[in-house]
Design a protein. Structure first.
Length: 685
């Protein structure tokens, strides 16, 4: 489609045809149609104008103008149009526990938002053309009450149901009450007209609130749902590891016949969001599930909901604080879901996904602590990860999805390591490897032993698994922790002592508490390297420093016993650890210095398969002659590789001997002929 602008000119001095884009032409056509509708509206306005020559048009409303508007009666909603659902106003009056008078006042205030003629009516009745909303006095008169009626004026008090539910706003508080204007929030107007979009103040605040069908029949959900149906309006759901207060609250509300609004406490900010939340719950007849309250003060939210009949379910891992509100809540402890239910949750979450042959998602992720919402998200993450391969969900995808549910808080306190080694990479005596596999097995099967077989001890002890790795530097303690984490599909978190130890009294314990608290919500392996610096022996009290040091050790003894995760303590000085820690440790693994046979395997593995090797390389000699730990062997192998690259040759015996000599100097050892033998001469080359 094209159009021309001006006459054509062969000389080019006069503009020729200018093409018009199809989209622009369509827009111009739409504007032409709008202009025609404006002309019709102007003609209709002039035809109904009782005083077309009035020079003060728009500055006042005459009697004739109001009469003309009243004579031109119209139904604001065409008979064949959508129109408001008449039952919504009545349902809102019931849901918000309003009086019939409240419904009348709400209707008066609502009228200008539904029919524009009421702006002019109210401007005329207010005797002020600029005040086009109903005032308090006008609303009372239209509702059939005198302006001085105390019962009517009380409907506009700050604690009145219309205002506490956020259904009505009384503006201009500096004016006398009767002249204050009334406004109905846009969200309420939209709801009464059939709209259900959320208010902007709630955007990004609400979490997924779909009820999990498998949870609605669980005993706690049935109990809570029964209480909500009976009129309970406040409950506190205290989460244990693997339990989800949000999922339980949503399921209980569904059992009580109510929708749910699930609010993420981390995104919630007091103020407009609280009012919008109360209003939305009233409009939808919903209950609110809010949390986790850990680190958040819910007092303001509790005060808001104290004035409306809306169920509020709070959840978190901390205990209920009676100072939050004068109302006692229904307290429920949310335990981890059973193994059978967890398997069913995985099955439904992966319904439609292509699982690999023989893959059991529940078995693969049995050692992960996941609640129902986390399982749903982990299944989705695993499916997306599988799309990047061939679309078949395998164990590594499931473990990736489960790890993706870890919170990032622990990474601010510890260094996260994604395991890149496996059992085949360990070069250790068989007895040591067996102990490491036993430690991994404890973490993998603790649900069956502690929960199904009921072998968890009392006294408030946790479900954690703790191991102690003791041995000289370089004997493989950190690498073994990485292998265990990798075999379980978990990340390894190495605690940075610089973020823990503090010279001020009590600060070290606070830092450790933050680490243990964050680690409880993370599926990972917590590694305390150089653990003797923190878990040292208690000593005789000679001064205040000794007393506070003993308090620190006593705190750690208690906290380690209540920890629910997998923790590994690594130390070069086992004798420096307090004996009381040993009793609380599940497995103690001693890492010896490697014998010649293992050193030969370490040299071979550290040199790798890609680095070229010279013909004179004698690994049997270096393994037998030099008593080095695995870490030192790895360091020497890397040094030898750099020496060979610099000389532009394969790794030769001279490179290995030179690297060992450098490692000896780092360790403060002498290079003696009885160790280096005939190769000592290579140190001069």
């Amino acid at each position: 489609m094209s159009a021309t602008s001006g006459p054509a000119s062969a000389s080019g001095l006069v503009p020729g045809p200018v093409p018009v884009d199809d989209g622009l032409a369509q827009l111009l056509a739409l504007l032409a149609g709008l202009e025609q509708r404006v002309r019709v509206a102007v003609a209709a306005r002039r035809a109904a104008d009782p005083a077309p020559d009035d020079p003060f048009r728009g500055l006042y409303l005459s009697d004739e103008a109001i009469d003309a508007l009243l004579d031109a009666r119209r139904d604001p909603w065409p008979a064949d149009g959508p129109g408001p659902t008449h039952g919504r106003l009545a349902a809102l009056v019931t849901a918000a526990a309003l009086e019939p008078l409240d419904g009348e006042l709400l209707l008066v205030a609502l009228a200008p938002d539904v029919d524009s003629r009421f702006e002019q009516f109210y401007g005329y009745l207010n005797d002020d053309v600029t005040r086009r909303r109903a005032s308090v006095g006008l609303a009372l008169r239209l509702a059939g009450l005198p302006e001085g009626a105390g019962a009517g004026r009380a409907r506009f008090d700050a604690g009145a149901p219309l205002l506490t539910a956020g259904l009505l706003v009384v503006e201009e508080p500096d004016r006398p009450l009767l002249s204050r204007q009334l406004r109905v929030p846009d969200r309420v107007v939209a709801h009464l007209l059939g709209g259900d979009l959320l208010a902007p103040a709630l955007t990004g605040l609400l979490a997924d609130a779909r009820p999990e069908p498998l949870l609605t029949a669980q005993p706690d959900a049935v109990r809570l749902g029964r209480a909500l149906s009976g009129g309970a309006l406040l409950a506190y759901l205290r989460e244990r590891g693997g339990g989800s207060g949000q999922a339980l609250g949503v399921a209980a509300l569904a059992a009580a016949g109510r929708p749910a609004l699930a609010v993420d406490a981390a995104r919630y900010a007091a103020g407009p969001a609280g009012t919008a939340l109360v209003r939305e719950a009233v409009l939808r007849g919903a209950g609110v599930v809010f949390g986790p309250v850990d680190g958040h003060d819910p007092t303001e939210l509790l005060d808001l909901f104290d004035r409306v009949g809306v169920p509020l379910l709070l959840y978190g891992t901390v205990g209920w604080d009676p100072r939050w509100t004068h109302r006692p809540p229904l307290n429920i402890t949310v335990e981890a879901v059973s193994a059978a239910l967890r398997a069913e949750l995985w099955r439904t979450a992966l319904d439609g996904a292509a699982l690999g042959d023989g893959v059991d998602p529940a078995a693969v992720t049995a050692h992960f602590t996941l609640g129902p919402p986390q399982i749903r998200r982990a299944a989705r993450a695993a499916t997306l990860a599988a799309y990047g391969d061939d679309g078949v969900v395998r164990p590594e995808h499931l473990r990736h999805g489960a790890r993706s549910q870890n919170a990032a808080g622990l990474e601010r306190l510890a260094r996260r390591i994604e395991p890149a080694v496996g059992w085949a990479d360990l070069v250790l005596p068989p007895a040591v490897t067996g102990q490491l596999r036993e430690l991994a097995g404890r973490a993998r099967f603790r649900d069956r032993v502690l929960d199904e077989w009921r072998m968890r001890p009392g006294g408030g002890r946790g479900r954690g698994v703790t191991g102690l790795f003791a041995g000289d530097s370089g004997t493989g303690k950190t690498m073994s922790a990485e292998v265990i984490a990798g075999s379980l599909g978990l990340d390894l978190y190495t605690v940075n002592l610089a973020t823990v130890v503090d010279k001020y009294v009590g600060e070290t314990e606070k830092n450790l508490e933050r680490i243990f608290t964050e680690a409880a919500g993370v599926n990972g392996v917590l590694l305390f390297d150089e653990a003797d610096a923190i878990f040292g022996k208690r000593s005789e009290v000679r001064d205040a420093h000794d007393r506070y040091a003993n308090i620190e050790s006593a705190y750690l003894l208690q906290r380690l016993e209540t920890f629910d995760g997998l923790a590994i303590l690594a130390t070069n000085l086992r004798a420096n650890l307090d004996d009381a820690f040993t009793r609380r440790i599940d497995i103690v693994v001693d890492f010896p210095l490697p014998e010649a046979e293992l050193r030969r395997a370490l040299w071979d593995g550290c040199l790798g398969r890609l680095a070229p090797r010279g013909a004179d390389l004698d690994l049997d000699f270096v393994a037998g002659a030099f008593e080095l730990a695995g870490g030192h062997i790895r360091s020497a192998a890397i040094t030898a590789a750099y020496l060979a690259v610099e000389a532009d040759r394969p790794v030769a015996m001279a490179d290995l001997i030179g690297a060992v000599a450098r490692e000896y100097r780092k360790l403060g050892r002498l290079c003696l002929e009885r160790e280096f033998g005939g190769y000592l001469a290579l140190l001069g080359t």
